[in-house]
Write a protein of this length. Structure first.
Lengths: 168, 591, 776
């Protein structure tokens, strides 16, 4: 649990980068989300207090864009592509597989805090459909078994005490 | 010898990272190295290595695994061209049959290296026109006949001219890199493979309209594109090609890159501006147009990535050279992103006027497994689904519009007989209803209402009168929605209703999905004469709907079956029969 | 001012270039529907209704965002535009959840505004309640006693601890007034109407015609008025005195009643037609249906309504000790209970089906049971058997229940060889009634012997001759139905006088259709106030009223139970008239089933997102005019709602109570609370007053109903402030008198809102005493 003072400090530090945060609100929120993994309500209150941006504007923007989260996500954020090509190539089966192997519904986080997943609009890797992306890395031509292996590998790596390398 | 390894997001998804690591290790300390380039469009063959030998001949090696990479590296180290993983002639023809202008550098240069771009003639147009008058740029653009490649196809020079006319201390040139159409990835490839062409295009546009600021609004889902763009912007600044008084002239210009945050509607000009200003991406009424009142109320001009990538070439080679390509009404080339059930999916840039059939069959090799083609989806959620008999439609703005679809940004999803057109219509309606900004009633409620009707139809609960409702509602939304997203949202439904009425008919009056796609209308059973009792299906079934002992015929309990198709996926004996009404087929991997 | 000439629907108009096209069109009287436009705010384009076609443009444009230019040629109603508007309104309707009018009002044939009068009773405004009742119903004291009240069956509170006692509340309001109220009549039109029959239909028609300024004469065959209310309903339910009072009130409007004048004997329809501009036939159904079995015409066999009429006339027929009443309807219940009061020791109700199928009201059956009436179910009279030329009993065929019939009730099927004899001194056949057709021959009749009258206009086959009540179409029904016929026929006759008679279509209303239990949510238990009855053994001794009118305390308590289903914004909703005017198609929308929570936290404002059409006016006015940005949009697409930041209740936001948002809301999504217990929709009149609370002297439109102020809206939204918006109302309604110290403190805080924003000079508000002084 983040202490309120720490949270405010981190938020303020992020705001320092923006001389005119009102004009760059989306970037500000992206940075804050980068810091916390999501947009904690207290961070938004802190932004409102420090910048004078109306709180309703902050929540209005945060709730408008698919990227912003108001809840803490999993360590590995799985984005399952729901683009046209993936749909034609049975992308819904990837979503089913992710649901099955993480054991949680879309938008939820696994109890161990490792995985959360969501359906997203096209990831632009259509020629490799069906596709999913985990923390920025795309995985293509998926089927149920591949999804299972990818998720299990990540889980096992965590159990083994070392983070799996999924950075790009 | 140059070794070009495709390093776009698509390549990475296909495993290029691992392959590159092998090459790097093998070449470590040797005088061979790979150049990480953007995607050259041969996405179907990734991971892909292009070897340019010392005579300038190209050799392509595709679908490289780590193991392949080892032996390929080995022969290269030995100074011989590898004789494995070579692309077939046909596959190479995929490239040679194209006319590449927007994609001219993609896959050929290191996108993070300014010198690579300059070596290909980059920034010569900019330095040339830096000293010319804005009218010269506009004139050349007018001659070229270039129209906006983002979808609407508005003549680019007209837009520039409108913004040029406005008097203002600050003017903005905005690059719309919020490529949101599912199934389209042209812009991503350009941004990842040749970011400088876009920046140069913006600089040239800025010269024409007198803009002093450049804003790039890029999709957050494209992290690699954003990274390379930022690198390009930084190197440009270091090189003195941006900033105050560029190359000693009175022209000053700066770039700013902003990440979108996941809203398809932000591809719409006014929504994009609202988002750039830090607000909710809700479009506003026009007039005033962005050329009059754009970013922060200042005159602004918004062009998409592909449009801008064409600009340096046009100004370098002359508008007339560009206008020689294409047709009377649609000049130049257009990039298409081919995906779906096509043999060679990837990026294709062709002169306007080619037919859809030429693109799908001649260049991309036709349909996977040589199945019959059902149609193509062109233009994404704003576009339409065209049937096989319209494949001879020439690709130009007018002809495509006449079919009820739109040219759109260039997504081309190929569908075979396994695709259900009602399901496709539902898919797009679901997409637009989720992406609607919620501002205007026709779009906010209308897309949801249409989606619910389509839900009903794919579930077998449709009624004949639903078709009339879809049609009237669709036409009203088209006329009354506030922005392009809403205006065009009914297109996929209206075109499928127009070209595939029999599929709607089958779902509604017979409760049958001819493509065996709509789960609610499917019935699965196991054929006793084919089942050998291997238990694979029983174990794969998520609802335990299959009973059976080893070496005995298995049986599906249809009450528990959710028609997910898992059994059919695992069956090796073609023993699973799926039926929908009268249509049926035996499925199973080796059936 | 720069102006240009434009052409609109072929007409040349001078248009101001400073204004939008929409403003220009509206100012020139051109009809262009719109919901999200406000001249003080930037154009928005959300509702999509103000589309017009501009010559030369490929697509219709929003007139709210365009400025006129010289020579523009505009069409406002192309087929494409009309279709788009209809679709947009249909879609808005699909996502607009609420009840324009309450289910009780919908259920009442007269569309009696029960929520309105109940709300007024709850606030102690009894006189205003009665006035409101009399807008729909001239006989509330009578109806408040005898009505089987379909309204209470529709009452949502019945899904909690019991429906609101709507009927008794009406009686309370009427009795409290005691017929002192006489509504105003419009100046005489010179048109004359003749009405045949002074029953509920005739009286109602006379009342509504008289109020419109028409001259009315009623011809009544009986020596007294009231029809079946007097001659068919026993005195223990409705006394002559109550009825006389209400009829006298109608006569005060100038209605003449000529008694003992019988159709076919004293006058004919053609003769009336010659002397009057219109005729309304409301003769009722005064003939009992016979038992239709052997010996059904013997002495000792009486018709139900004949029997009741004799008793009503003061006669006391000899009926013996054991009496059978055949039938299961309300007349049968009246007959058994009357028979008990006449001294019959054993009264048996003989009915072919079971209690569950009885058409009589449950409470009437219970009261009869209490009074010792016996029930013989599944029993059909096979024959009357005779002794000495007089009925002496019934041969009864026992039955069992079979399949349901057309009415949905299970039909009685005779059991073979199951006959039984029962001795009775008198047999009363209360199984139905028929129209006496004497003098009706010029009129087209149904095969059941009723007059054919148009369902909407009530006109018969003869021009200018209208008919209603028990005598038409489906025949006898409940009294309130007859009153409704009279009311609706009066409107049709008025239209006939103007030459504008056309088939009237029932107006369209938005209705909630979801499961009621979810709709009403958690309702704190508050038991229904029971009517107080005399003990059964006492009440069967006489024909006095069996129950009494609510006390004030009972009435207010009962009225407080109203859930206020109908929309408070009913009378100034801007969406409803558009939905009624345009062709709406019903679009079922699953996604709209999600019930959104209401926000009642704020002292003056309440929000109901279920009714929000997302026109954005509140969000924009809060930002662009007030500069506060308290309200904002949340989420996107179909899930978009208007919320405070972090979904906090409005009371915990930075709201300054300026009321700008509620003033601009076109629907009931944002509403002003009132200084009353209840906030029913009430018709209002508007008067402009100058607010004296500071030196700005802003003009406010004050909306009032009777003496109560409903709300005050600044004539210029830019001058809105909490003192004017809510202070005026509170002060004038005297609502701050007894609210207690803590509440007064909260009130003050809320009223003053943000002092920086309030630019006027404030009277001192240093203590609670100040505010009390200020408002008292």
């Amino acid at each position: 649990m983040e202490l309120l003072v720490d949270l405010q400090q981190k938020t303020s530090a992020t705001l320092q980068k923006y001389p005119e945060p009102k004009d760059a609100l989306i970037s500000v929120l992206q940075d804050v989300q980068e810091v916390f993994g999501y947009l904690p309500e207290d961070a938004l209150r802190c932004i409102a207090a420090e910048t004078g941006i109306a709180a309703s504007q902050l929540t209005g923007v945060a709730s408008f864009y698919a990227q912003f989260r108001m809840e803490k996500p999993g360590k590995y954020q799985i984005m399952v592509c729901m683009g046209t090509a993936c749909h034609v190539n049975k992308g819904e089966r990837v979503a089913d597989a992710v649901r099955e192997f993480t054991g949680v519904e879309e938008g939820e986080t696994t109890p161990d805090g490792l995985f959360s997943w969501e359906e997203v609009a096209c990831l632009g890797c259509c020629s490799l459909s069906p596709v999913m992306m985990i923390n920025g890395t795309a995985y293509g031509k998926l089927d149920k078994d591949k999804v299972k292996k990818i998720i299990n590998d990540l889980r096992n790596a965590e159990k083994g005490g070392e983070g799996a390398c999924v950075c790009s | 010898m140059r070794l070009l390894l495709g390093y776009g997001s698509c390549g990475i998804a296909a495993g290029t990272h691992d392959v590159a690591r092998v090459f790097d290790t093998m070449f470590d300390g040797k005088d061979l190295s790979i150049t990480r380039v953007g995607c050259n469009g041969l996405c179907f063959a990734e991971p892909l290595l292009q070897v340019v030998d010392d005579d300038g001949n190209d050799h392509y090696y595709g679908r490289i695994t780590q193991k392949d990479a080892k032996s390929i590296a080995q022969s290269l180290l030995e100074g011989t061209l590898p004789n494995q993983n070579q692309l077939s002639e046909e596959e190479v023809a995929f490239l040679t049959k194209q006319t590449r202008i927007a994609l001219r550098n993609c896959g050929l240069i290191d996108p993070e290296n300014l010198q690579d771009y300059r070596a290909k003639g980059g920034y010569t147009a900019f330095t040339k026109y830096l000293k010319a008058s804005p009218a010269d740029v506009l004139e050349e653009m007018k001659t070229s006949g270039l129209r906006g490649r983002g979808g609407a196809g508005f003549p680019t020079w007209r837009k520039w001219e409108a913004a040029a006319k406005e008097q203002s201390e600050d003017k903005y040139i905005v690059c719309n890199a919020d490529e949101g159409d599912p199934g389209a990835f042209m812009d991503r490839s350009v941004l990842e493979g040749d970011p400088h062409s876009v920046l140069e295009g913006m600089l040239l546009a800025a010269l024409a309209i007198g803009a002093n600021h450049g804003l790039i609004y890029a999709r957050a889902e494209y992290p690699l594109a954003i990274k390379r763009l930022q690198t390009a912007i930084d190197t440009l600044k270091e090189a003195g090609l941006t900033g105050k008084h560029i190359l000693g002239t009175s022209f000053s210009f700066d770039f700013k890159l902003m990440k979108g945050a996941g809203a398809f509607v932000c591809g719409e000009e006014t929504a994009l501006l609202a988002s750039l200003e830090g607000g909710r991406g809700m479009p506003r009424t026009k007039p005033p147009f962005p050329a009059q009142k754009g970013y922060k109320g200042k005159p602004s001009n918004i062009n998409n990535v592909e449009t801008l990538a064409n600009v340096p070439w046009i100004l370098e080679n002359g508008g007339a050279a560009y206008a020689r390509l294409g047709t009377e009404d649609s000049k130049g080339t257009k990039v298409f992103a081919l995906a779906g059930r096509v043999k060679r999916g990837g990026l294709v840039e062709v002169p306007m006027g080619l037919t859809l059939r030429q693109v799908v069959f001649d260049i991309c090799g036709g349909i996977l497994d040589d199945k019959p083609i059902k149609g193509v989806q062109i233009g994404g959620p704003s576009g339409g689904c065209l049937p096989e008999h319209l494949l001879d439609t020439p690709i130009d703005y007018k002809s495509i519009s006449a079919t009820g679809a739109i040219m759109g940004s260039g997504g081309l999803v190929v569908m075979d007989t396994d695709s259900c057109m009602v399901d496709m219509a539902r898919f797009f309606m679901d997409f637009t209803s989720k992406e609607s900004c919620g501002k205007c009633v026709p779009c906010r409620v209308g897309t949801t209402a249409m989606k619910e009707i389509l839900d009903k139809i794919v579930e077998g609960n449709g009624k004949p009168e639903d078709l009339e409702t879809l049609k009237t509602m669709g036409e009203s939304i088209r006329a009354s929605a506030l922005c392009g997203l809403g205006n065009s949202a009914p297109n996929p439904v209206l075109t499928t209703m127009r070209y595939f009425p029999e599929e709607y008919e089958a779902h509604i009056s017979e409760g049958r999905c001819p493509a065996l796609k709509c789960t609610a209308l499917l019935h699965y059973e196991i054929l006793p004469d084919k089942c050998i009792g291997c238990t694979l299906c029983r174990r794969a079934c998520p609802t335990n709907a299959i009973a059976g002992e080893v070496k005995k015929t298995h049986v599906i309990n249809s009450d528990a079956c959710i028609a997910c198709g898992s059994c059919a996926q695992v069956c090796r004996y073609g023993a699973v029969l799926v039926t929908s009404g009268k249509a049926q087929k035996e499925v199973g991997l080796h059936a | 001012m720069n102006s240009v000439q434009i052409t609109v629907n072929g007409r040349a108009i001078n248009a101001s270039m400073e204004k939008t096209l929409l403003q220009n069109l509206l100012e020139n009287g051109v009809y262009v529907p719109n919901l999200c436009f406000n001249k003080n705010l930037e154009s928005y384009g959300g509702c999509g209704l103000c589309l017009v076609a501009v010559e030369g443009l490929p697509k219709p444009v929003r007139s709210c965002s365009m400025k006129p230019s010289a020579g523009m040629n505009i069409t406002t109603d192309t087929p494409e535009i009309v279709a788009s508007r209809n679709t947009s309104l249909s879609l808005m309707h699909a996502d607009h959840r609420g009840d324009c009018i309450a289910p009780c009002r919908r259920a009442c044939p007269t569309n009696q505004d029960a929520q309105g009068y109940i709300g007024l009773i709850a606030d102690g405004k009894y006189e205003e309640a009665l006035r409101l009742i009399k807008e729909d119903n001239p006989l509330p004291a009578s109806i408040g006693r005898v009505c089987p009240h379909p309204c209470e069956d529709a009452c949502r509170r019945k899904h909690a601890e019991g429906s609101v006692s709507i009927c008794s509340l009406k009686r309370f309001a009427a009795d409290t007034d005691g017929n002192t109220y006489t509504p105003d009549c419009k100046p005489s039109t010179g048109k004359r109407a003749a009405i045949i029959g002074a029953g509920p239909a005739g009286l109602s028609c006379a009342y509504f015609l008289a109020r419109e300024g028409h001259t009315v004469t009623i011809f009544e065959a009986m020596p007294k008025s009231g029809g079946m209310l007097r001659y068919g309903i026993p005195h223990y339910r409705l006394t002559d005195k109550v009825l006389d009072g209400e009829v006298a009130a109608i006569e005060r409007l100038g209605v003449t009643i000529e008694y003992n004048k019988t159709l076919g004997r004293d006058f004919t329809i053609p003769s009336l037609k010659e002397q009057y501009d219109a005729v309304f036939v409301a003769v009722g159904a005064w003939q009992s249906t016979a038992l239709r079995c052997e010996n059904d015409d013997l002495p000792g066999v009486l018709g139900g309504i004949d029997f009741l009429r004799e008793v009503a006339e003061g006669k006391r027929p000899e009926i013996g000790k054991r009496v059978a009443v055949v039938g299961g309807g309300n007349t049968a219940m009246d007959a058994v209970r009357t028979a008990r009061r006449l001294g019959a020791q054993e009264v048996v109700l003989v009915y072919r089906r079971t209690r569950d199928e009885m058409p009589a009201s449950e409470w009437e059956i219970e009261e009869a049971e209490d009074e010792g009436v016996k029930f013989m179910f599944l029993s059909a009279p096979e024959a009357v058997y005779a002794e000495n030329g007089r009925a002496a009993g019934l041969v009864i065929q026992k039955c069992e229940l079979g399949e349901p019939d057309d009415s949905g009730r299970r039909r009685p099927v005779p059991i073979a060889c199951a006959l039984q004899e029962e001795r009775f001194d008198t047999i009363i056949a209360a199984i139905g009634q028929k129209v006496v057709t004497e003098g009706l021959d010029p009129l087209a009749m149904t095969r059941w012997g009723t007059i054919i009258a148009d369902k909407n206009t009530f006109q018969t086959n003869l021009d200018g001759v209208f008919a209603g009540g028990d005598a038409v179409n489906n025949g006898p029904d409940i009294a309130i139905q007859a009153i409704a016929h009279g009311k609706h026929a009066a409107r049709a006759i008025g239209a006939y006088f103007n030459g504008t008679l056309s088939s009237h279509k029932a107006p369209f209303y938005v209705e909630k259709t979801k499961e009621v239990s979810r709709e009403i949510g958690e309702v704190p238990f508050l038991a229904r106030v029971k009517d107080t009855f005399l003990p059964p053994d006492e009440r069967i001794q006489h024909f006095n009223e069996t129950n009494r009118t609510f006390t004030q305390e009972e009435a207010r308590r009962e009225a407080s139970r109203c859930l206020e289903c109908g929309c408070s914004a009913y009378y100034d909703c801007r969406l409803l008239p558009l939905l009624q005017m345009h062709e709406i198609t019903h679009i079922p929308l699953k996604s709209a089933n999600n019930v959104l929570p209401e926000d009642h936290s704020h002292p003056f404002i309440w929000r109901d997102n279920n009714k929000c059409i997302l026109c954005g006016l509140c969000v924009r006015v809060c930002k662009e005019v007030v500069g506060k940005e308290v309200l904002g949009f949340d989420a996107r697409g179909f899930s978009t709602t208007v919320e405070c930041a972090f979904h906090t209740p409005l009371a915990h936001s930075d709201c300054i109570s300026c009321g700008a948002c509620t003033a601009v809301c076109p629907t009931g999504a944002l509403q002003d609370k009132r200084a009353f217990t209840k906030t029913p929709p009430l018709p209002f009149s508007v008067k402009t007053v100058v607010c004296e609370h500071c030196e700005n002297r802003c003009a406010f439109d004050v909306y009032s109903h009777g003496r109560s102020i409903i709300k005050a809206i600044p004539d210029d939204i830019r001058k809105t402030c909490s003192i004017g918006r809510y202070g005026l109302t509170l002060q004038n309604n005297g609502a701050v008198k007894d609210i207690g110290e803590e509440a007064a403190g909260r009130l003050k805080k809320a009223l003053l809102g943000d002092l920086d924003y309030f630019k006027g000079t404030l009277p001192s508000f240093d203590s609670t005493e100040d505010i009390m002084r200020y408002y008292n």
